[in-house]
Design a protein around this ligand. Structure first.
Ligand SMILES: NC(=O)c1ccc[n+]([C@@H]2O[C@H](COP(=O)([O-])OP(=O)(O)OC[C@H]3O[C@@H](n4cnc5c(N)ncnc54)[C@H](O)[C@@H]3O)[C@@H](O)[C@H]2O)c1
Ligand SMILES: [Zn+2]
Length: 371
């Protein structure tokens, strides 16, 4: 099975892709209440343990039991599901679960879930007793290809997303693509926005493979374990390559923000009603159109991006959002140092560049083209 080795400032670790490792024991058709009872039973069966599995209320009944069975000395901590719980309050609750479970400095926090669980559990692991070991078991596509890689963990504040955080490298990341069988279609698509972003940044073959999957209808296209594992592996590799060269975001890591200046503005003006992946999709169209408008690449690049996003079923337009309002939100981006606009643009597939001081009129023209 594929392994990716990652060099980090805290040492080397492995990302393993093992289809069926944890998910095969799950039957999504099972009565939820039975599974829930099981989770309650196992929670109370091991009051003290060296390791704590952190998961959420959606994933605990699906996969908590299988994982619990495979870790001999683990307790389960369950947080509510949703970005609104990616907070310091949830971290405080986890600290008390850790104490209750007897987690000590030699113990390990195991995050089982999407990016929210990974970010919260990772931040708790980074700070509890000045840091305990951390394992990521991502269950959403986005978490597999993006948030579980690179060591950033953290929580939101009422004033904004991801305002408190740390770098915490995992001891290992275990990806079981079969978790995705229960992932809702909309979440699949959101994860694909980041996969497509990684393809655009550095892997033309990945883009071609997505194109070859054809049109998505009311489910993700059929992929066998190898195909799916391979898509995930390639998308992970792009992020790994970048974060290895720039672990603390001093330079190149900024390329991973392709489309994200636009995306964050869209999320902000819609008060996060538009999910991140959908905002990134529109952002990718905007960033590649801006690249073409500035003569960095020809129009086939944005055209290809729009086509592939359409194929997957992701949005490509701003809808009824006001371009001036979106621009105003962009101008508050913390990455616009000293108020100078800063974008990741593309010279072509695999050739990102950072461009500063794009005139407002040019940005507005791009946004108006997306109404
Ligand atoms: N640390 C980083 O570098 C980094 C990078 C990108 C994003 N993030 C963060 O990640 C978060 C988004 O992650 P996400 O998209 O995974 O969101 P999420 O964690 O909220 O998961 C999305 C939804 O899918 C459900 N889910 C996950 N796996 C499932 C499965 N296998 N079966 C059924 N349901 C499943 C979750 O319970 C949730 O309801 C954001 O908070 C974002 O800030 C962090
Ligand atoms: Zn993103």
């Amino acid at each position: 099975m594929p392994h990716i080795s990652v060099k980090s400032p805290e040492g080397e670790y492995l990302i393993g892709i093992y289809p069926g490792m944890y998910a095969e024991q799950v039957h999504p058709g099972d009565e939820q209440w039975q599974l829930r009872n099981r989770v309650e039973a196992i929670k109370s069966s091991r009051p003290a343990a060296k390791n704590v599995i952190v998961t959420n209320t959606t994933l605990a009944p699906l996969y908590g039991g299988a994982l619990f069975d495979s870790y001999a000395n683990a307790a389960l901590a369950i947080i509510p599901d949703g970005e609104q719980y990616k907070t310091l309050e949830t971290v405080a609750k986890l600290y008390s679960d850790f104490v209750e479970a007897g987690l000590d400095r030699g113990g390990t926090v195991i995050a089982l879930g999407g990016g929210v669980v990974g970010d919260v559990a990772g931040f708790a692991a980074a700070t509890y007793m000045r840091g305990v070991q951390f394992i990521q078991i991502p269950t959403s596509l986005l978490a597999m290809v993006d948030s579980s890689v690179g060591g950033k963990v953290g929580v939101d504040l009422p004033q904004g997303k991801n305002l408190v955080g740390a770098f915490k490298q995992p001891k290992t990341v275990i990806i079981d693509p079969q978790f995705l069988r229960t992932l809702p279609l909309r979440e699949w698509r959101c994860g694909m926005a980041e996969v497509i972003k990684h393809g655009l940044l550095a892997d033309e073959t990945l883009l071609q493979r997505i194109e070859a999957l054809g049109e998505w209808h009311d489910a993700p296209p059929q992929m066998d374990d190898d195909q799916l594992a391979n898509m995930i592996e390639r998308a992970v590799q792009v992020k790994v390559d970048v974060v290895q060269r720039d672990p603390f975001e001093k330079g190149e890591r900024a390329h991973l923000n392709l489309g994200h200046t636009f995306a964050h503005a869209i999320e902000q003006v819609t008060h996060y009603a538009v999910p991140h992946g959908e905002a990134v999709a529109v952002g990718l169209v905007a960033a590649t159109r801006l690249s073409s408008a500035r003569g960095l690449c020809d129009e086939t690049v944005p055209e290809r991006v729009e086509k592939i996003l359409e194929q997957v079923g992701l949005p490509r337009r701003l809808g009824d959002l006001d371009p001036e309002e979106v621009f105003a939100a962009m101008a508050t981006d913390k990455k616009w140092q000293g108020g100078r606009s800063r974008f990741v643009l593309m010279r072509g597939v695999g050739q990102p560049v950072i461009v500063q001081d794009v005139p407002k009129e040019q940005i507005i023209t791009i946004l108006e083209g997306l109404i």
